[in-house]
Design a protein around this ligand. Structure first.
Ligand SMILES: Nc1nc2c(ncn2[C@@H]2O[C@H](COP(=O)(O)OP(=O)(O)OP(=O)(O)O)[C@@H](O)[C@H]2O)c(=O)[nH]1
Ligand SMILES: [Mg+2]
Length: 296
């Protein structure tokens, strides 16, 4: 299945971010802990340029902690990196500590002159990775609209976090063409691509295959059905339908509903703490694969 989604508002948003980049001191780059590498948008790198970055591995509460620790170390090699559950109140305090560490020189310079300085940063990331939720956590109140679908924030919004600290929320952005099919799939699983442009039953078959490689226990534990090694992915989807009672009027299995249940269960964390990629997968995720070749 080929996945593509680049609505017009994203291109507009990237241009608006490029216009505002000089106004900010640093970038909070939010990555979903369940697929951190796939959340790295090459278009955003162009916009960010040389601005200092703090990587925020969000949704840490839904991720595999050992894999997440590897990713934290990976992103900490050249930048600051924190892991966070933005739905837990007060959990983002660590971010302000890191921001102050990163901008210590600027803060000190202005303090010496007795000038009150305003720190400004921009929160960026793919759709649905948790940018607005993070901002609300930083403020301690709901200032930005959030929701568990891609593309909730449509335009930029400045939010005052506390005296002397302002943050800009931005719409989730992707890039015009995915040239790695696995990256596109991971973004689809985590809800960064609108379901309307996806073939969910087909996506669910690929997802079953991927989950089985991580651990065959995942499907067995959730759906209680004995999904054996020899069972095909389609048979596994059938077992998921049976276990959730997804049947059509005539008694036939409702594959659409079964597939949607599986994807929703993952997005809500009902399949357990799962991280889809490890640092060892980076070469596989960087590779330009068949989508690019088909275009030639
Ligand atoms: N469990 C958990 N859920 C989170 C976390 N951060 C965000 N969410 C949920 O993820 C969904 C998306 O969050 P948003 O903050 O709207 O994401 P966004 O990046 O602003 O999305 P767009 O505006 O569409 O780009 C919401 O349902 C949030 O409650 C987190 O750290 N842990
Ligand atoms: Mg948002």
């Amino acid at each position: 299945m080929i996945i593509q989604w680049y609505p017009g508002h994203m291109n507009k948003a990237l241009k608006a971010m490029a216009d505002d980049i000089e106004k900010v001191d640093c970038i909070l780059y939010v990555l979903d802990s369940r697929a951190p590498f796939s959340c790295l948008n090459p278009k955003l790198s162009q916009v960010i340029g040389s601005k200092p970055i703090i990587y925020v591995l969000s949704k840490a509460d839904m991720a595999d902690s050992a894999k997440l620790d590897e990713w934290r170390k990976y992103f900490s090699r050249d930048n600051y990196c924190v892991t966070i559950n933005s739905t837990a109140s007060g959990s983002s305090k660590i971010i302000m500590t890191v921001v102050r560490q990163l901008l210590a020189k600027k803060i000190e310079k202005y303090a010496k002159k007795n000038i009150k300085v305003t720190l400004r940063f921009m929160v960026v990331g793919v759709p649905n990775c948790g940018k607005s939720t993070l901002i609300n956590n930083l403020c301690g109140k709901a200032r930005a609209i959030t929701g568990n679908i891609a593309g909730v924030t449509r335009g930029k919004q400045w939010v005052r976090i506390e005296s002397g600290v302002e943050v800009m929320d931005t719409p989730g952005t992707l890039w015009p063409a995915f040239n790695n099919n696995l990256v596109a799939h991971h973004l689809a699983y985590i809800g960064s691509i609108r379901d309307e442009v996806l073939d969910i039953p087909s996506l669910s078959l690929d997802f079953i295959e991927e989950l089985d490689k991580i651990s065959p226990d995942i499907l067995r534990d959730r759906y209680g059905c004995d999904i054996e090694k020899s069972t095909t992915t389609l048979e596994k989807l059938e077992k998921i339908c049976l276990s959730r009672g997804h049947k059509l009027r005539g008694g036939e299995l409702d594959y659409d509903k079964g597939a949607a249940s599986l994807i929703t269960d993952f997005r809500k964390g009902y399949l357990g703490k799962i991280t889809l990629e490890t640092v060892h997968d980076i070469p596989k995720l960087k590779k330009v694969d068949r989508i690019e070749k088909q275009k030639k």
